[in-house]
Design a protein around this ligand. Structure first.
Ligand code: PXG
Length: 405
């Protein structure tokens, strides 16, 4: 391996401060290597990655099979134009449909693009299939949602910071409280095209909706012919202890939106998956993406999906996550207000004098654990799903010591 010539940490931080837009506030750690659940900084310190790039690293850093698939594809063909076929996209989409039980899939790259694709699909379906009058389609979304950063998507965010300064926004969205099926029922009207929901809100602070919520939402969507869109970009592909979080309530959405871990931590790969009733609204030229379905992304997507299925990562997340969560619930600390989540997507709601979780994340970093607060007061623990018991024990001890110090 070629060792990078490491510079002092302040040089890296100063460079980013000087040349990067200031749209993030990262912990002051500079990483240069990763393997499995571990990452190393430029000084050679090792950390356990408990954030996993917001669940994009479910298979761990540089999973050998994914790296091998990427490498093999790099040596053959990386990008074609969608004006031609490539030999990877078809198998990728077939395997995705096979694994999820849907008829068709539309490949994109980032999560936000997949969400936008789902919104476009549902609007077009509303006009062409459901019969909503032109330009009248409405889409219902939830308070406290996170679906990405495009102007349309932040336009229906309830988070002031995500919206502020970015208007004017796309019309046609209506917001209801998350977890409240009665509010959803009230909001549905004759022009309602779709309902966009996270089966568990990740960015919103690891919020688990009340039992039965998704099932009732499914029933309401059926009753009123509304397309149910499940944003499983963060919750999908094993993270919550099921292949998809909607399975916790035996719900099959009309449109399944996936991203993040579909790229195995190697490459951005996302997709919207649905039956022909929805997907067949698209005709050549209606929608597209330069990179969506490219051979490198498709090869990486195939390997990423295969690893999740072959290693049964959903079952692993279920088993290890339940154990970790009950141990966290057993910590006697005045700082812990609540522990919540599913599988290996766990939020610890904390309270300290400063009112934020960041000091705890900084203390964890000193003990070799990388975690990040979401929504100021929630520490999210979401390690790669390939983590083992022993490493989780180590993580638990550090978390317990930091929260009881
Ligand atoms: N849906 C959900 C549920 C997500 O968590 C997206 C969509 C958007 O995916 P892309 O690939 O477009 O980022 C997410 C992303 C950030 C940030 O700083 C985003 C996420 C998590 C943490 C930070 O924008 N989740």
């Amino acid at each position: 391996m070629i060792e990078a010539t490491a510079r002092p940490v302040p040089e890296y931080l100063g460079e980013v401060e000087r040349f990067s837009a200031h749209n993030y506030h990262p912990l002051p750690v500079v990483l240069d290597r990763g393997e499995g659940v571990w990452v190393w900084d430029v000084e050679g310190n090792r950390y356990l990655d408990m954030l996993s790039a917001y669940s994009a690293l479910n298979q761990g850093h540089r999973h050998p099979e994914i790296i091998e698939a990427a490498r093999a594809q790099l040596d053959r063909l990386t990008l074609t134009s969608r004006a031609f076929h490539n030999d990877q996209m078809g198998p990728f989409l077939a395997e995705l449909c096979e694994a999820t039980g849907f008829e068709r899939a539309l490949p994109m790259n980032t999560g936000a693009e997949a969400v936008e694709t789902a919104l476009k699909t549902v609007r077009k379906w509303a006009y062409e299939v459901k019969g909503v009058p032109p330009d009248q389609a409405e889409i219902i979304v939830c308070e406290n949602n996170f679906h990405g950063r495009t102007t349309t998507i932040v336009g229906f965010s309830s988070e002031e910071q995500y919206r502020s300064g970015f208007g004017p926004f796309t019309p046609g969205f209506r917001m209801v409280p998350y977890g409240d099926a009665d509010a959803l029922e009230t909001a549905i009207g004759p022009n309602t095209a779709g309902f966009l929901v996270e089966p568990l809100q990740g960015e919103g602070g690891v919020v688990v909706p009340p039992e039965g919520y998704l099932r009732r939402a499914r029933a309401l969507c059926d009753e009123h012919r509304v397309a149910l869109m499940a944003d499983e970009i963060q919750t999908g592909l094993g993270r919550t202890g099921r292949l998809f979080c909607s399975e916790w309530e035996d719900v099959r959405p009309d449109l399944l939106i996936v991203g993040k871990a579909l790229g195995g931590g190697v490459y951005p790969v996302s997709a919207v998956i649905a039956d022909s009733e929805f997907m067949d609204v698209f005709h050549p030229g209606d929608h597209g993406s330069t990179f969506g379905g490219n051979p490198l992304g498709a090869a990486v997507g195939r390997a990423s999906l295969r690893v999740i299925l072959d290693e049964d990562l959903p079952a692993r997340a279920d088993r290890l996550g339940s154990a970790f969560m009950s141990r966290l619930r057993g910590i006697d600390s005045p700082h812990i207000r609540e522990v919540r989540g599913r599988g290996l997507l766990i939020g610890v709601v904390v309270e300290d004098s400063s009112g934020t979780a960041r000091p705890f994340c900084e203390a964890l970093k000193e003990r070799g654990i990388l975690a990040k607060e979401t929504h100021e007061q929630v520490i999210r623990f979401a390690p790669p799903l390939v983590i083992d018991e022993e490493t989780l024990d180590f993580a638990f001890e550090q978390v317990r010591d930091v929260l009881t110090a």
